[in-house]
Design a protein around this ligand. Structure first.
Ligand code: SF4
Length: 301
């Protein structure tokens, strides 16, 4: 097997870093463009009626000016606040409370502006997910395994597999022919509930039933962006899936990225290496601790 050189790995890292920066730049550019467009529109709303408002009441133009001026300030504050927050990790006064609302408001606007500029929706959504992850990642909160939820798309399952996983992930025979096997291994190792959703409705139902405090979700740009919006104020860390066979067919998941995210948000006291041994023993006694591949290896050994 061809050995992977350190320089090649460094090159991948550099490319990855640059791609991340480009995504951020796109988000910032679109936020600024959307904010400017709204501000210009409001300035127009402010200027035009003044000419006619004087005829209604001598004070009417001033009252109207204060109202629209406040709206302009609000939009500028939200735009600048979001851009500063993304760039420097700092929040303007009260801005942290407005983060979700601003993101909810800005994404449709950004998609609109992007459409006018001919930027594909998925690029904007991917940029949105990247920025969302940055903002979510600033929390100091750490969670217990039971407070986290791993939410996966149905398209990760091998398209020829007949097992029904939506109602129970444990219907999987763990044959290793798709990433579900490794994901079950990951969920068992960290003690986090793993669920598969066939669409937004099922995903919402799972979230309502499980009541997690944070979701680690794998999906395509569209589903991640809408999921992040739908579940607000619940924080969602999004991981984009791989689609080597095109959309929605035998997709894959970067397990290392997902595991890093788990360790980033989980209280280190609950890491597998820090947990009391009997927890692992109990899990194995229940019979769910080994993947098909692991079982085969154990038997062979
Ligand atoms: S690991 Fe095997 S049994 Fe489980 S979902 Fe994938 S293909 Fe089906």
């Amino acid at each position: 097997m061809k050995e992977l050189k350190l320089t090649t790995v460094q090159e991948f890292d550099r490319e990855d870093l640059e791609a991340g920066k480009a995504k951020k730049r796109l988000f910032i550019g679109l936020v600024a463009a959307a904010g400017t467009a709204v501000t210009l529109f409001l300035v127009l709303v402010l200027v035009l009626p003044i000419i006619g408002l004087r005829n209604i009441h001598p004070w009417a133009p001033y009252i109207f000016s204060v109202l629209v001026g406040s709206l302009i300030l609000l939009v500028v504050w939200a735009t600048v606040g979001l851009v500063l927050s993304i760039l420097f990790g700092r929040s303007l006064l009260l801005f942290s409370r407005m983060r979700g609302l601003t993101i909810k408001l800005f994404l449709p606007l950004m998609i609109l502006v992007g459409k006018l500029l001919g930027i594909p929706k998925d690029r904007i959504r991917s940029s949105f997910v990247k920025v969302n992850n940055d903002l979510v990642g600033r929390t100091d909160k750490r969670f217990k395994p039971g407070e986290l939820l791993l939410l996966m798309p149905h398209c990760l399952q091998n398209s020829r597999c007949k097992m029904r996983l939506t109602y129970s992930i444990h219907n999987c025979k763990r044959c290793g022919k798709c990433p579900i096997d490794s994901l079950i291994g990951l969920s068992e190792r960290y003690g986090i509930h793993l669920a598969i959703a066939t669409g937004g409705t099922i995903a919402r139902r799972i979230v309502v039933q499980r009541r997690p405090r944070m979701i680690l979700a794998v999906a395509c740009e569209r589903d991640l962006a809408s999921g992040i919006q739908d579940t607000y104020p619940l924080p969602v860390f999004g991981v984009l899936n791989f689609r080597p066979h095109g959309p929605c067919l035998d997709t894959n998941v970067p397990l290392d990225v997902l595991e890093q995210a788990i360790r980033r948000f989980m209280d280190p006291r609950w890491y597998p290496e820090n947990r009391p041994v009997d927890l692992d023993k109990m899990r194995l006694v229940k019979g769910g601790g080994q993947s098909g591949r692991e079982k085969k290896t154990t038997r062979a050994g």
